[in-house]
Design a protein around this ligand. Structure first.
Ligand code: ADP
Ligand code: MG
Length: 265
C-alpha cells in the first residue's frame, strides 16, 4: 500500500485562501480520481462548514485527535464529493495548545495520527491536505511536522510578500528540528484581479523572489468561489465552469505533475 502524500496549507496570515484552496484543490484532486482526506486543523472549522458539515455531524473532531482521545479514522466524515473525506474541527481546538503543552510529543500528535491512519486496514488516501489556522502556533507546527511538503497560498495584494520570510524561516526550523523530509511544494497566488495593476506587479515580485516554486496556475478573484461556502459546497460543485473552479482544476493537475517529477527524481 502506498503512503499518502501529506500537504499542509500554511500561511500565518488570515484570509489568503488556505481554506478555499484546501476545499477546491481537494475536490479537484478527487475529481481526477485521487482519494483525498482534508484535515481541518483550524478551530474556526471553515473547511468543515464549507462542505456543509454541520456541528451535529462533528461527532468526533481533530481536537480529540490532538489530545489523544480518538484516532483520526474515527473523526472522518464523507462529503458530497466522491473520494473526498474530511476530519472536521470544532472550537475546542482553541484550547489544545495549553492542554498538550507539557507533553514531550506535542509537536508530533498529528504525524502519529496520520501514520496510524495510513497503517489501518481499508484506508488508502493518496493525498491528505491539512488546513492550518492563521498562525504559526503549535497546530501549524504539528501540520508541518506531519507533512511531506508545504503549500503556501499567497494573496495577490500589496503586502503579499510580507510575512513570507517568517513562514519560510519556520518551515526551515521545522525541517532541521522535527521533519528532515519537509519541503515547500509550491506557492499558489490567489484572488488575482486582472483589473488591478497591483495584482500583476505582485505576481512579478513573487515570481522573482520565489522562482519556479510559484505554480503557473493563478487563482482569480471570483465571486462564485466566495459564494460557494454559504451553500456548503466547494466551488467546483456550485459552479464548475466559473474561472475560479477551472483554475483549481488546473492547479490540481499541476500538482500531480509536480508530484510525478518529484517521484521520478
Ligand atoms: P484563509 O483560510 O487563508 O483564512 P479563506 O480561504 O477563508 O482564507 O479566504 C478568505 C476569504 O476570501 C473567504 O471569504 C473566501 O471566500 C474568499 N476567497 C478566497 N479565495 C477567493 C477567490 N479566488 N475569489 C473570491 N473570493 C475568495
Ligand atoms: Mg482558513
Amino acid at each position: 500500500m502506498s503512503q499518502p502524500r501529506v500537504l499542509a496549507l500554511a500561511n500565518q496570515k488570515g484570509g489568503v485562501g488556505k481554506t478555499t484552496t484546501a476545499i477546491n484543490l481537494g475536490t479537484a484532486l478527487a475529481a481526477i480520481g485521487e482519494d483525498v482526506l482534508i484535515v481541518d486543523l483550524d478551530p474556526q472549522g471553515n473547511a468543515s462548514t464549507g462542505f456543509g458539515i454541520g456541528h451535529k455531524q462533528r461527532v468526533h473532531s481533530t481536537y480529540e485527535v490532538m489530545v489523544g482521545d480518538c484516532d483520526l479514522r474515527t473523526t472522518v466524515v464523507e462529503t458530497a464529493v466522491p473520494r473526498l473525506h474530511i476530519a472536521p474541527s470544532t472550537l475546542d481546538l482553541l484550547g489544545v495548545e495549553l492542554e498538550i503543552a507539557g507533553e514531550r510529543d506535542r509537536t508530533f500528535k498529528l504525524r502519529k495520527a496520520i501514520q496510524a491512519l495510513a497503517a489501518s486496514q481499508g484506508v488508502a488516501y493518496s493525498y491528505i491536505l491539512v488546513d492550518c489556522p492563521p498562525s504559526l502556533n503549535l497546530l501549524t507546527i504539528n501540520a508541518m511536522a506531519a507533512a511531506d511538503a508545504i503549500l503556501v497560498p499567497l494573496q495577490c495584494e500589496f503586502f503579499a510578500l510580507e510575512g513570507l520570510s517568517q513562514l519560510l524561516k519556520t518551515v526551515e526550523q521545522v525541517r532541521v528540528t522535527l521533519n528532515p523530509g519537509l519541503s515547500i511544494h509550491g506557492i499558489v497566488l490567489t484572488m488575482y484581479d486582472a483589473r488591478n495593476n497591483l495584482s500583476g506587479q505582485v505576481v512579478a515580485d513573487v515570481r522573482q523572489f520565489m522562482g519556479d516554486k510559484v505554480y503557473q496556475t493563478i487563482i482569480p478573484r471570483n465571486v462564485r468561489v466566495s459564494e460557494a461556502p454559504s451553500y456548503g459546497k466547494p466551488a467546483l460543485l456550485y459552479d464548475l465552469k466559473c474561472p475560479g473552479s477551472q483554475a483549481y482544476v488546473r492547479l490540481a493537475s499541476e500538482i500531480i505533475q509536480r508530484e510525478k517529477s518529484l517521484r521520478a527524481a
